[in-house]
Design a protein around this ligand. Structure first.
Ligand SMILES: C[S@@+](CC[C@H](N)C(=O)[O-])C[C@H]1O[C@@H](n2cnc3c(N)ncnc32)[C@H](O)[C@@H]1O
Length: 222
């Protein structure tokens, strides 16, 4: 079914602000409501796709499926979560794609989370609720960041920490004009627009190996 013009305009507005160079890597974040809340914040900030190492012993179906839909408020539909086997290989893969990886980790080299330049391609590495980011993953990261804490409790909830850091990234990127013009390449933007606007039609195109329709000069799919 074709989306209403209003719905289609909203899809285009959102995609024009998506930030393919900003992401998170969730390392064994194991509470579904935390995963959902982080994905929801990713959507709000404009993260295009997120990354996760599923908790050990957790069921893949739970991680990829419906258990985190409730808290995400459907955000999981708009932010793809890529699965990785382990944190170190995920960090290396993201660095290989040009991302600086900022591990949320208290160490001798930790800096205040507001110090890094988030206009660079950036991945924020978030740790598991119980044991945080491993020392090995923190070492593999390009920098370690912390949100200063002045209370009796030592750490924040992981989804709260993610939101705090991602909105600092949003603040810096807004100031740099990165939401004022599309960060996605035109072909990628058009493909996502078709997938979001026609979720019932897009799979058949992919199965047939056929290119999606192009946007015409009116910004509609021909
Ligand atoms: C509950 S904390 C983990 C606590 C764990 N006992 C530890 O020592 O790391 C879960 C995750 O939230 C994030 N986090 C919590 N407080 C933070 C802070 N003050 N600065 C940066 N990240 C924080 C980190 O990603 C952390 O791995």
């Amino acid at each position: 079914m074709a989306p209403t013009p209003e719905r289609f305009a909203k899809i285009m507005r959102v995609l024009q602000k998506r930030q393919p160079t900003l992401t998170v890597l969730m390392d064994e974040v194991n509470k579904p409501h935390n995963l959902s809340a982080i994905v929801r914040t990713c959507d709000a900030v404009g993260v295009l796709e997120a990354h996760a190492v599923p908790p050990r012993g957790g069921k893949l179906a739970e991680f990829e499926g419906h258990t985190y839909e409730a808290t995400s408020g459907s955000a999981h539909k708009w932010v793809r979560v890529n699965r990785h086997e382990d944190a170190i290989s995920a960090v290396r893969a993201l660095q290989g794609r040009g991302f600086q990886v900022l591990a949320t980790h208290l160490s001798q080299r930790s800096v205040d989370y507001r110090e890094p330049d988030y206009t660079r391609p950036t991945c924020v590495l978030l740790g598991a609720e119980k044991w945080g980011v491993s020392d090995a993953a923190a070492e593999a990261a390009d920098a370690n960041i912390v949100i200063p804490m002045f209370g009796m409790v030592q750490s924040l909830n992981v989804s709260v920490a993610a939101a705090t850091i991602l909105f600092e990234a949003q603040r810096q990127r807004l100031a740099a004009g990165m939401y004022a013009q599309p960060q996605l390449a035109p072909d990628a933007l058009n493909a996502l627009a078709f997938e979001w606007a026609y979720p019932d039609l897009a799979p058949a195109y992919r199965e047939r190996g056929e290119a999606y329709p192009a946007l015409d000069e009116l910004g509609q799919f021909a």
